[in-house]
Write a protein that binds this ligand. Structure first.
Ligand code: C2O
Length: 316
């Protein structure tokens, strides 16, 4: 079996049976949103516009209230991560693992894309954008109190106690972006195609952001209890149960767009372009999406509200 950031060898706190619900609806191909639809803005968590926090909490609460017979439910959304990372799927009789390779960025982009649309739909706001945890900027590094307090308005945090402040003293991880700004393999991760064995964590082809700040934040947020498996954030199978997962990955996804602005380019190999996944959308329709459809945010109709990137002035 493939291990996550850390192996699973202790008692499980979350289900490991993560196969998606079957709704007996045939999958269809994803279509880009209408040209005329409004672009969703993803704001940094520490600078949400007035009223945005309420909207966000409300959406998460509504997702938690959905029954698990609904593929949009909080648990089913969490299981999507587990399914693609802990052996629910195979390809050519081998376990599918979307981490540690060039599938990492596009898979997570699509995952968040549908998660965001589901949240927006649940609160009747088609412009809702998933906030991002701006851990690459000193002002946005700390976990906002509304994630840490056990009880906060109508929104209970699953895993509130995180020894995160050490993270913010270690500046080494915020500069990963500068190490290899223009080389697709070192940014995206190595080639991984049908028939390949999953690439193990720690392999030197793992992409820079994935191996560095991405995994570091997961570990820091996960529960370090030696009797556990670093749930929720510190393990693939459980990471999707922490709402911080999605705002963390929103920033990881933002790194891709920043890297592109610096001149980075996605792989052009057709094995990369034609790799695909299936996600349920906000209407519970299973849609097939391709890596090649993930590269242009203006077509996907969301964008990142800008935030300073002090690390660009301090190359390693
Ligand atoms: Cu799929 Cu942050 O891991």
């Amino acid at each position: 079996a493939v291990s996550g950031f850390d192996s699973i060898n202790k008692k499980l706190l979350r289900p490991i049976d993560c196969c998606p619900l079957s709704k007996n609806v045939p999958e269809s191909d994803f279509k880009f949103p209408d040209e005329s639809s409004q672009t969703r803005i993803r704001y940094p968590l520490h600078k949400l516009p007035l009223g945005y926090l309420d909207k966000y909490m409300d959406a998460i609460q509504k997702m938690r209230d959905l029954p698990d017979s609904d593929p949009r439910s909080f648990n089913n959304q969490a299981k999507v991560h587990c399914a693609y990372c802990n052996g629910s799927y195979t390809q050519n009789n081998k376990e599918l693992q979307i981490h540690n390779s060039w599938l990492f960025f596009p898979f997570h982009r699509w995952y968040l894309y549908f998660y965001e649309r589901i949240l927006g739909d649940l609160i009747g706001d088609q412009t809702f954008g998933l906030p991002y945890w701006n851990w690459d900027n000193p002002e946005g590094m700390t976990i906002p109190h509304f994630f840490v307090e056990k009880q906060c308005n109508n929104y209970k945090v699953e895993n509130g106690e995180n020894p995160l402040y050490d993270v913010y003293r270690d500046k080494s991880h915020i500069r990963q972006m500068m190490r290899n700004a223009f080389d697709a393999t070192s940014f995206f991760g190595g080639k991984y195609v049908a028939g390949d064995e999953p690439i193990p964590r720690g392999d030197n082809v793992v992409g820079s952001v994935e191996a560095g700040c991405h995994t570091a934040v997961h570990r820091w947020v996960g529960n370090p209890d030696p009797n556990g498996n670093k749930e929720d954030m510190g393990n693939f199978y459980s990471a999707g149960y922490d709402p911080l997962f999605y705002v963390h990955h929103s920033n990881v996804d933002r790194m891709w767009t920043l890297w592109k602005q610096m001149g980075g380019k996605e792989p052009t190999d057709t094995d990369w372009e034609d790799a695909s996944y299936v996600f349920y959308d906000e209407k519970q329709n299973p849609l097939r999406v391709y890596n090649k459809q993930s590269v242009d945010l203006s077509k996907l109709k969301y964008e990142y509200h800008s935030s300073a990137t002090p690390w660009t002035d301090r190359p390693p």
